[in-house]
Design a protein around this ligand. Structure first.
Ligand SMILES: CC(C)(COP(=O)(O)OP(=O)(O)OC[C@H]1O[C@@H](n2cnc3c(N)ncnc32)[C@H](O)[C@@H]1OP(=O)(O)O)[C@@H](O)C(=O)NCCC(=O)NCCS
Length: 160
């Protein structure tokens, strides 16, 4: 039997040494990517928590949120296109929820493009429920944003 993602992936907090590799994942995943300087800036943001997912020391995904009062607001999540479809997204979302929980978050909220059905499936599989719509939210295409929320029940285990 093959290994499960948690057996061959390492998820940890992003550091300054990771920002170039994270920007590479970002550039692979999005048509209008944030540059490395954005991620470097986020390391100085006291509200921000960013995780990286690595396989054999190579960063293949990242995710981040801002902790605002008792709510974690997801900034983004991406898995490199060559590593998708094998459960790494689910692993990373689980780690994000665990990190938010360990910081005292009572809920975690995110928005996704209405057309991003793979993201919707990922979030539904990891316990998020649709809770709203922001019409025309994305300036580049005028697309709506779907809001999804997950109530966090206190977890034990990893601290990121
Ligand atoms: C969204 C993303 C992070 C998912 O990562 P991933 O590692 O491929 O996701 P997983 O393999 O964990 O799959 C999670 C679920 O998504 C769905 N899914 C994944 N790939 C899919 C595909 N090609 N077609 C349809 N559904 C798919 C499935 O429901 C899957 O659950 P299952 O394996 O139990 O059926 C990845 O596609 C990505 O980085 N996309 C570009 C960036 C992006 O859109 N980020 C989200 C911004 S809101």
């Amino acid at each position: 039997m093959g290994k499960t993602p948690d057996e061959y992936c390492n998820v940890r907090r992003m550091t300054a040494n990771d920002v170039e590799a994270v920007a590479d994942v970002e550039a692979d995943a999005f048509p209008f990517p944030w540059p490395a300087s954005f991620f470097a800036g986020e390391l100085q943001n006291p509200l921000a928590v960013y995780l990286v997912l690595e396989i054999a020391g190579k960063i293949r995904g990242y995710a981040g949120f801002w902790m605002v009062l008792c709510e974690a607001q997801v900034i983004n999540i991406a898995i490199h296109s060559r590593a998708r479809g094998r459960g790494l997204g689910k692993l990373l979302v689980g780690a994000l929820v665990a990190a938010a929980s360990s910081l005292g978050a009572e809920s975690i909220i995110l928005e996704a493009r209405a057309s991003n059905s793979i993201a919707h499936a990922l979030y539904t599989k990891t316990g998020f429920v649709r809770c709203g719509l922001r019409p025309g939210y994305y300036q580049d295409t005028g697309e709506d944003a779907v809001l999804m929320r997950k109530t966090i029940t206190r977890q034990s285990g990893e601290n990121y």
